[in-house]
Design a protein around this ligand. Structure first.
Ligand code: ATP
Ligand code: MG
Length: 144
Protein backbone atom coordinates (compact mmCIF):
# COMPACT_ATOMS: atom_id res chain seq x y z
CA UNK A 1 0.00 0.00 0.00
CA UNK A 2 1.16 3.47 -0.86
CA UNK A 3 1.51 6.45 1.41
CA UNK A 4 -0.90 8.94 -0.11
CA UNK A 5 -2.24 12.44 0.33
CA UNK A 6 -5.86 13.35 -0.29
CA UNK A 7 -8.03 16.43 -0.06
CA UNK A 8 -10.85 16.48 2.49
CA UNK A 9 -13.42 19.25 2.88
CA UNK A 10 -15.76 19.64 5.83
CA UNK A 11 -18.74 21.22 4.05
CA UNK A 12 -20.89 24.16 5.26
CA UNK A 13 -23.67 21.89 6.61
CA UNK A 14 -21.17 20.25 8.97
CA UNK A 15 -19.98 23.61 10.27
CA UNK A 16 -23.62 24.56 10.91
CA UNK A 17 -24.02 21.34 12.87
CA UNK A 18 -20.85 21.96 14.90
CA UNK A 19 -19.14 18.68 14.08
CA UNK A 20 -15.64 19.76 12.97
CA UNK A 21 -14.17 18.12 16.06
CA UNK A 22 -16.06 14.87 15.58
CA UNK A 23 -14.89 14.57 11.98
CA UNK A 24 -11.25 15.35 12.81
CA UNK A 25 -11.40 12.82 15.66
CA UNK A 26 -12.55 10.11 13.24
CA UNK A 27 -9.73 10.98 10.83
CA UNK A 28 -7.08 10.84 13.55
CA UNK A 29 -8.46 7.75 15.25
CA UNK A 30 -8.61 6.13 11.80
CA UNK A 31 -4.83 6.50 11.61
CA UNK A 32 -4.52 9.36 9.13
CA UNK A 33 -2.60 12.57 9.73
CA UNK A 34 -3.95 16.04 9.04
CA UNK A 35 -0.97 17.67 7.31
CA UNK A 36 -2.69 20.85 6.12
CA UNK A 37 -5.78 22.64 7.38
CA UNK A 38 -7.55 25.95 6.79
CA UNK A 39 -10.99 27.44 7.26
CA UNK A 40 -12.36 29.42 4.35
CA UNK A 41 -15.59 30.40 2.67
CA UNK A 42 -15.44 29.68 -1.06
CA UNK A 43 -16.65 32.28 -3.50
CA UNK A 44 -19.15 30.88 -6.03
CA UNK A 45 -16.32 31.07 -8.58
CA UNK A 46 -13.97 29.02 -6.39
CA UNK A 47 -16.70 26.39 -5.83
CA UNK A 48 -17.49 26.30 -9.56
CA UNK A 49 -13.84 25.66 -10.34
CA UNK A 50 -13.55 22.99 -7.70
CA UNK A 51 -16.56 21.04 -8.96
CA UNK A 52 -16.01 21.89 -12.67
CA UNK A 53 -16.24 18.18 -13.54
CA UNK A 54 -19.95 18.38 -12.64
CA UNK A 55 -20.65 21.52 -14.72
CA UNK A 56 -23.19 19.82 -16.96
CA UNK A 57 -25.10 18.09 -14.14
CA UNK A 58 -28.56 19.30 -13.13
CA UNK A 59 -27.41 19.68 -9.51
CA UNK A 60 -24.40 21.90 -10.36
CA UNK A 61 -25.96 25.30 -9.60
CA UNK A 62 -27.37 24.08 -6.29
CA UNK A 63 -24.06 22.47 -5.38
CA UNK A 64 -22.12 25.68 -6.04
CA UNK A 65 -24.64 27.69 -4.00
CA UNK A 66 -24.39 25.23 -1.11
CA UNK A 67 -20.59 25.01 -1.14
CA UNK A 68 -20.25 28.82 -1.11
CA UNK A 69 -23.04 29.36 1.45
CA UNK A 70 -20.81 29.30 4.51
CA UNK A 71 -17.36 28.47 5.81
CA UNK A 72 -15.68 25.16 5.15
CA UNK A 73 -12.63 23.43 6.60
CA UNK A 74 -10.23 22.25 3.91
CA UNK A 75 -7.67 19.63 4.87
CA UNK A 76 -4.88 17.63 3.35
CA UNK A 77 -4.81 14.14 4.85
CA UNK A 78 -1.88 11.75 4.67
CA UNK A 79 -1.61 8.04 5.33
CA UNK A 80 -1.42 4.56 3.86
CA UNK A 81 -4.05 4.29 1.14
CA UNK A 82 -5.50 7.63 2.34
CA UNK A 83 -7.63 8.29 -0.76
CA UNK A 84 -9.74 5.15 -0.42
CA UNK A 85 -9.64 5.11 3.37
CA UNK A 86 -11.10 8.63 3.58
CA UNK A 87 -13.76 7.79 0.94
CA UNK A 88 -14.69 4.66 2.93
CA UNK A 89 -14.86 6.67 6.15
CA UNK A 90 -17.20 9.21 4.47
CA UNK A 91 -19.54 6.62 2.94
CA UNK A 92 -21.69 6.81 -0.20
CA UNK A 93 -22.61 10.20 -1.71
CA UNK A 94 -26.26 9.75 -0.71
CA UNK A 95 -26.43 9.49 3.11
CA UNK A 96 -29.45 7.21 2.81
CA UNK A 97 -27.30 4.69 0.93
CA UNK A 98 -24.19 5.13 3.06
CA UNK A 99 -23.04 2.25 5.28
CA UNK A 100 -23.63 2.27 9.03
CA UNK A 101 -20.96 4.10 10.97
CA UNK A 102 -19.85 6.32 8.09
CA UNK A 103 -19.74 10.11 8.42
CA UNK A 104 -22.39 10.70 5.77
CA UNK A 105 -24.71 8.09 7.29
CA UNK A 106 -24.34 9.59 10.74
CA UNK A 107 -24.53 13.30 9.85
CA UNK A 108 -25.68 13.80 6.22
CA UNK A 109 -29.08 15.37 5.57
CA UNK A 110 -29.41 14.86 1.79
CA UNK A 111 -27.44 13.79 -1.29
CA UNK A 112 -26.33 17.44 -1.58
CA UNK A 113 -25.79 18.27 2.10
CA UNK A 114 -23.55 15.31 2.75
CA UNK A 115 -21.02 16.75 5.22
CA UNK A 116 -17.67 16.01 3.60
CA UNK A 117 -15.74 15.81 0.35
CA UNK A 118 -12.95 13.41 -0.53
CA UNK A 119 -10.75 13.16 -3.62
CA UNK A 120 -11.54 10.10 -5.72
CA UNK A 121 -8.15 9.21 -7.30
CA UNK A 122 -4.47 10.11 -7.04
CA UNK A 123 -4.50 12.48 -10.03
CA UNK A 124 -7.56 14.39 -8.78
CA UNK A 125 -6.13 14.43 -5.24
CA UNK A 126 -3.01 16.24 -6.47
CA UNK A 127 -5.04 18.78 -8.46
CA UNK A 128 -7.40 19.38 -5.55
CA UNK A 129 -4.62 19.80 -2.98
CA UNK A 130 -2.91 22.47 -5.10
CA UNK A 131 -6.30 24.13 -5.67
CA UNK A 132 -6.31 25.07 -1.96
CA UNK A 133 -2.77 24.78 -0.58
CA UNK A 134 0.38 26.69 -1.45
CA UNK A 135 3.79 25.08 -1.31
CA UNK A 136 4.91 25.16 2.33
CA UNK A 137 1.43 25.03 3.85
CA UNK A 138 1.59 21.29 4.40
CA UNK A 139 3.32 21.37 7.75
CA UNK A 140 6.37 19.17 8.34
CA UNK A 141 5.76 17.14 5.23
CA UNK A 142 7.26 17.23 1.81
CA UNK A 143 5.37 19.06 -0.87
CA UNK A 144 3.44 16.66 -3.14
P1 ATP B 1 -17.52 14.70 -3.26
O1 ATP B 1 -16.91 14.97 -4.64
O2 ATP B 1 -18.12 15.94 -2.64
O3 ATP B 1 -16.57 13.98 -2.36
P2 ATP B 1 -18.78 12.32 -4.25
O4 ATP B 1 -17.48 12.09 -4.95
O5 ATP B 1 -19.29 11.27 -3.32
O6 ATP B 1 -18.75 13.69 -3.44
P3 ATP B 1 -19.85 13.42 -6.68
O7 ATP B 1 -20.60 12.63 -7.68
O8 ATP B 1 -18.45 13.84 -6.98
O9 ATP B 1 -19.93 12.61 -5.30
O10 ATP B 1 -20.75 14.71 -6.37
C1 ATP B 1 -20.17 15.88 -5.81
C2 ATP B 1 -21.13 16.48 -4.81
O11 ATP B 1 -22.27 16.97 -5.52
C3 ATP B 1 -21.72 15.51 -3.80
O12 ATP B 1 -20.90 15.28 -2.69
C4 ATP B 1 -22.99 16.20 -3.41
O13 ATP B 1 -22.75 17.27 -2.48
C5 ATP B 1 -23.44 16.80 -4.74
N1 ATP B 1 -24.34 15.89 -5.46
C6 ATP B 1 -24.03 14.74 -6.10
N2 ATP B 1 -25.08 14.16 -6.67
C7 ATP B 1 -26.12 15.00 -6.41
C8 ATP B 1 -27.51 14.98 -6.73
N3 ATP B 1 -28.05 14.00 -7.45
N4 ATP B 1 -28.29 16.00 -6.27
C9 ATP B 1 -27.76 17.01 -5.54
N5 ATP B 1 -26.45 17.10 -5.21
C10 ATP B 1 -25.65 16.11 -5.62
MG1 MG C 1 -16.57 13.58 -6.16
Amino acid sequence: MANEKTLAIIKPDALEKGIIGEICKRIEEGGMKIVGMKMLQMTPKKAEGFYAVHQSKPFFAGLVKFMSSGPTVVMCLEGENAIKRWRDMMGATDPEKAAEGTIRKDFGSSIERNVTHGSDASDTAKLEIVYFFESGELVNYEWI
